[in-house]
Write a protein that binds this ligand. Structure first.
Ligand code: AMP
Length: 163
């Protein structure tokens, strides 16, 4: 099921989109999100871009890690680079439309969307409940503060992988 969420900006038809930004965490379930984004981009004759954000280890572990993490961080970057290339090739996204950046996913997705003049961001959404809902999600974070439309594509265990 696809839940389109409009946050202003482009108020026209879906076919008006010209630059679509697909945000991927590079998990298998993200392929479902990518299939939706690709189909939408093809139908709209839009450019499809992909962004993956690497969270710095220091951010993930609360800032104060008493050791040098730079070589681990380099390895993570290398792996992410290879995964992003593979993922992008599967969805025909050329190198010039791939964005691999460091930081907090929500803010980096917003930044790329603005600097690259995107008119639609596509993210996966787990449709969380209870405590997980209170803690928030990347999809929620992307929705709040986005300066273009956001499309949240349901992912998760209750969704058939081939759907
Ligand atoms: P989450 O709320 O973290 O489960 O992620 C939901 C969706 O947010 C994913 O399906 C992606 O579309 C997007 N996302 C999460 N993490 C990242 C990331 N590191 N880089 C880019 N997009 C992400």
């Amino acid at each position: 099921m696809v839940a389109p969420i409009s946050t202003g900006g482009n108020t026209g038809q879906m076919a008006d989109y010209q630059r679509v930004l697909l945000a991927v965490d590079l998990t298998e379930e993200c392929r479902r999100v990518a299939r939706r984004a690709q189909a939408l981009a093809i139908a709209s004759d839009a450019e499809l871009h992909i962004v993956h954000v690497i969270e710095p280890l220091s951010l993930a572990y609360g800032g104060d890690v008493p050791m040098d993490l730079s070589s681990v961080q380099d390895q993570i970057h290398e792996q992410a680079c290879a995964h992003l290339a593979e993922f992008s090739e599967d969805f025909d996204v050329p190198e010039t439309r791939r964005h691999l950046v460091f930081g907090r996913p929500e803010s980096e997705i917003h930044r790329i969307a603005e600097t690259e003049a995107m008119d639609l961001i596509v993210v996966g959404s787990h449709g969380r409940h209870g405590l997980a809902l209170l803690l928030g999600s990347t999809a929620n974070g992307v929705l709040h503060g986005a300066s273009c439309d956001v499309l949240a594509v349901r992912v998760g265990r209750d969704i058939a992988p081939d759907d």
